[in-house]
Ligand binder design. Structure first.
Ligand SMILES: Nc1nc2c(ncn2[C@@H]2O[C@H](COP(=O)(O)OP(=O)(O)OP(=O)(O)O)[C@@H](O)[C@H]2O)c(=O)[nH]1
Length: 636
């Protein structure tokens, strides 16, 4: 959107430029044409004054006058800084006649007959010439000026002395039209360059190719200001000649700094180093000169010829350095160098005109600036699009990466969550999950009034397996029992490893049904000796205690304790047993194998041929003793 806005703005600006150009260049009907007066004479030096304070040279009969084609820098100057010019004015038919002067070097008084009609700058007796700027001058003349003598008393310590550019007699309205006509294009190009400068500065500030866009902003800004300060219409905007010349000098002097900065950024090796020296040299000049001018040490006018000399030497050098590395430049950089190649000769031509090496003529500096500014637009848009594309691409990549990372993270969280509820060895739920599931099952069982039966299983003499066959073998036994429990698990049941060799089964089956199922499981487990690879681990059995709500407990919360008690009874009763808790203190024992020492290899005292039988948990004092012993043996 911003690009479209910019392009639209530029189009409107260009259209405005052409409309203004068309209006300013139209010839009004019945206008008396302007005239370049001829018949100038000059005389070196300054006139003595009469008693009334009037210069004696105003007297037309004075000797020493020489003819000259144009009132500027007569021959044999020899360092002189005072000269007079005079002219007999021709007939005229203008209603509001003026003498229009493009510029005066440097200060002047204009007399018509013996009357002072115009003065530019201060004439003091000490002979010190103070620069007063280079404005254009529109000197009002009386309608009856025909045949009268016009005298110019001029002081200048500049390279040229006298008038410069156009000297024409004309109608005042025509003079203004000419000013606008000659300014319209330059002002429009200047506005364009200044807009581009802001545009490039914004790019630079946003961090996009900061140095390159910064230098482009500097160049566009400097050339825009220079064009504006040179456009005749400047005096219609603000009537401060010295101020405008200061702006012109600064912007003009900064041009090579910006140019060399742009090019140095693109060049490599020694070409780059030389370019850096050139911009440093010009920047040094700007700083020094502005310091001296502001300090009143030198006149601003004197800094122009020195700068021009410097520019004549460095401008071709910059062009040569840029063209030298032409092959290394990309398309947009070449465009800028080409525009610079157009601009540089125009600048040089302007210098030659300014110092009188070639006759005065307007140099279309604005075309060079326009070419450069438009190339800046092209570069800006090109780079904007490139950066926009790159940003969009990286944005897309970033989004993909974020999505990928999020998915990975979600998976990790899921895995971690799983890990925190799972037993790593058997893959069964762990104690943590059991606690949550048990609490939830208690709530549900109580509210729905359905069975909640808890069985706690504990491997018999598991320590011996570890001791005899090693910890890994013990692990494999745990995994085997876990697999069996999982395969026997019914829908809605929860099987967990509570820790060590102890497992829990939460079910909604009745205690008798669950006891029967566990007996079958026990039968399957100890039906044949367990093997680990080639190694026979013998018959493995477990003991189980069962308690159920609401059969054994008024509240499901107490089941864990009751099931545990039943388990102790099972252990005490000889192991390899499934015991259902009995509140009557004579619990019913379902004995898998009473002859626990009838092992196939008689290693653990666990039957390899289990016989299923039921036994009551009695109040046998021996059993109580065994229970106490067993409790003491149990792990905390
Ligand atoms: N291999 C292995 N052994 C474990 C693991 N967790 C606990 N144990 C072992 O299990 C054994 C439990 O021993 P005890 O508490 O004396 O129980 P037991 O030997 O089965 O005797 P009873 O329960 O009275 O039949 C200890 O030797 C523990 O080191 C495990 O994850 N892997």
């Amino acid at each position: 959107m911003r690009v479209i806005g910019t392009v639209t703005g530029l189009c409107v600006l260009l259209t405005g430029m052409f409309v203004a150009w068309g209006w300013a260049t139209r010839e009004p009907d019945g206008e008396i044409p302007s005239v370049e007066p001829s018949g100038w004479e000059y005389r070196w030096g300054d006139s003595p004054l009469d008693t009334a304070g009037l210069p004696l040279w105003l007297n037309a009969a004075g000797p020493g006058w020489q003819p000259i084609a144009f009132p500027a820098t007569p021959p044999e100057r020899n360092g002189r800084d005072k000269v007079w010019f005079r002219l007999r004015l021709p007939d005229n038919q203008w209603h509001d006649p003026v003498l229009f002067l493009s510029s005066i070097d440097l200060i002047a008084q204009v007399y018509l007959g013996d009357r002072l009609i115009y003065q530019h700058g201060d004439f003091d007796d000490g002979g010190k010439i103070t620069f007063a700027g280079w404005p254009w001058h529109m000197i009002a003349l009386p309608r009856d000026f025909a045949g009268k003598t016009l005298c110019l008393r001029v002081f200048s310590d500049y390279t040229s002395i006298g008038l410069w550019g156009q000297v024409r007699l004309m109608e005042r309205g025509e003079a203004y039209r000419q000013i606008i006509r000659r300014s319209a294009w330059d002002v429009a190009v200047s506005a364009l360059a200044l807009a581009l400068s802001v545009f490039a500065a914004i790019f630079a500030a946003s961090g996009v190719e900061r140095r390159s866009f910064g230098a482009i902003a500097l160049f566009a800004g400097a050339s825009g200001l220079m064009l504006l300060a040179e456009a005749p219409a400047r005096q219609l905007i603000a009537g401060n000649p010295l101020g405008w010349d200061l702006v012109r000098a600064c912007s003009y002097y900064m041009l090579p700094v910006a140019t060399a900065l742009i090019l140095a950024h693109w060049l490599k090796g020694s070409a780059r180093r030389w370019m850096q020296r050139l911009w440093a040299l010009h920047l040094g000049y700007v700083v020094l000169v502005m310091g001296l001018v502001q300090g009143g040490v030198v006149n601003l006018s004197l800094t122009f010829p020195i700068f021009d000399g410097l520019l004549v030497a460095t401008l071709p050098a910059m062009l040569v350095l840029a063209l030298w590395q032409w092959r290394a430049l990309d398309g947009t950089q070449r465009t800028v160098v080409l525009c610079f190649a157009v601009f540089a000769p125009l600048l040089l031509a302007d210098i030659l005109v300014a110092h009188g090496f070639i006759p005065w003529q307007p140099i279309p500096l604005s075309f060079g600036s326009l070419a450069f500014s438009l190339s800046c637009v092209a570069i800006s848009l090109h780079r904007y699009h490139r950066i926009h594309r790159e940003l969009a691409r990286s944005h897309e990549t970033l989004e993909q990466q974020v999505a990928l990372r999020t998915a990975e993270l979600a998976q990790l969280v899921e895995e971690l969550e799983g890990l925190s509820y799972r037993d790593a060895l058997t893959g069964l739920y762990n104690r943590r999950h059991f606690d949550a599931a048990y609490a939830q099952a208690c709530r549900r069982g109580e509210s729905r009034g359905e069975f909640l039966t808890l069985a706690i299983l504990d491997l018999d003499h598991f320590k011996r397996v570890n001791d005899r066959f090693g910890h890994d073998a013990g692990d494999s036994v745990l995994v085997t029992l876990a697999g069996l429990l999982k395969s026997h698990q019914h829908i809605g049941e929860s099987v967990c490893r509570l820790g060590g060799e102890e497992f829990a089964l939460l079910s909604h089956a009745s205690p008798a049904v669950l006891a029967e199922r566990l007996e079958r499981l026990l039968g399957r487990l100890c039906a044949k000796p367990l093997k680990r690879g080639e190694m026979c681990l013998g018959h493995i059995t477990f003991s189980a205690g069962i308690a159920s709500y609401p059969v054994h407990s008024a509240s499901p919360d107490g089941l864990l304790r009751l099931a545990d008690e039943a388990l102790y009874c099972a252990k005490r009763g000889g192991r390899s047993t499934v015991a259902i808790y009995s509140a009557s203190a004579e619990p019913c024992l379902q004995t898998q194998d009473a002859g626990q020492d009838a092992d196939c290899d008689e290693r653990y005292g666990v039957s390899g041929d289990p016989q299923h039988s039921h036994a009551q948990m009695g109040q046998d004092s021996r059993q109580e003793k065994t229970r106490e012993e067993t409790s003491a043996e149990k792990k905390p």
